[in-house]
Design a protein around this ligand. Structure first.
Ligand code: GUN
Length: 281
């Protein structure tokens, strides 16, 4: 029987730890979430983040900039940056096309950048001294560690090269001495790579992309895809056929998604502690 990488179970454990730490320390962390544009998925993600914050005792403030200009979003970030009661700032992605995402990310002060998208935090991952690690890669690493899945010396194939997932995740895996291959939309013959992976991490946004024939026997498969198909949420991996062949597999929903949110809670608590000088590193 394959191991089910149960993100909800690990999320619950992380939430208990964060909640306990908040209760014991008396800190009341505050997270500011900024969004813009009309994106149904973002509305759902922000609701999930708000509920998770409520469960652990983090105050969650959401500013919806609607169809505002880049300048208005930058102004909201500046307000949050100057507000001493705000510990973390996140800008929900994607933003509308007229907005320069890198300019937005650069404007979030590094010490409040709980998503880890600011170039300083990104660079810290690069040099092996991370402070805030982007939430999805952090969640994936925690999920692997929670099930004692060793990455050192393993062939890891990631299908995703975005700044949110593939780029930071490849660095985190390299820091842990994995051999990492990053595939993307321009990769010729993806199957050549997926078949050799000890650990396959897929976030292509293509339902049914990974079938049983594309996976090595005994591999670990992490599905980062979130696709709506016929009113149901599915990943990029054909779960029912791939599970027969693997050592471990994460489901969708209930795999990486809850881990991303749990990582945001951890990062927000860390920001609050660092700002109060309760935590080093
Ligand atoms: N959109 C998809 N994933 C993320 C994330 O981790 N953080 C933010 N801010 N937006 C996202």
């Amino acid at each position: 029987m394959e191991i089910l990488l149960d993100g909800k179970k690990i999320r619950d454990r992380i939430e208990s730890k964060v909640k306990k730490r908040i209760e014991e320390s008396g800190i009341k962390p505050k997270l500011l979430a900024i969004s813009a544009g009309k994106n149904e998925a973002n509305r759902v993600y922000l609701k999930v983040k708000r509920e998770a914050c409520r469960r652990v005792g983090i105050e969650f403030i959401h500013i919806d900039c609607g169809d505002a200009e880049e300048r208005d979003i930058l102004d909201e970030i500046t307000r949050g940056a100057r507000d001493d009661s705000v510990d973390g700032i996140l800008v929900q992605l994607p933003l509308p096309n007229n907005i320069d995402v890198s300019k937005i990310m650069e404007s979030i002060p590094a010490e409040k950048d709980v998503d880890g998208f600011n170039p300083e935090n990104f660079g810290r991952v690069m040099v092996g001294k991370p402070v805030f690690i982007p939430c999805t890669p952090k969640g994936i690493m925690t999920l692997l560690d929670s099930y004692n899945i060793e990455v050192r010396g393993k062939d890891v194939v990631i299908i995703n090269h975005s700044p949110l997932i593939g780029k930071p995740l490849s660095l985190l895996l390299l820091l842990r001495d994995a051999t990492v291959t990053v595939c993307h939309i321009m990769t010729k013959d993806i199957e050549r790579y997926t078949k050799m992976a000890d650990i396959l991490i897929v976030g292509a946004g293509k339902p049914g992309l990974i079938g049983e024939k594309m996976v090595k026997e005994g591999a670990t498969v992490i599905d980062v895809g979130i696709n709506r198909v016929g009113g149901k949420i599915v990943g990029d991996v054909l779960f029912d056929e791939v599970r027969e062949k693997v050592y471990a597999i994460s489901p969708v929903p209930g795999g990486v998604g809850p881990m991303t949110v749990a990582s945001l809670l951890e990062n927000t608590l860390k920001a609050a502690e660092r700002r109060r000088c309760l935590k080093k590193g």
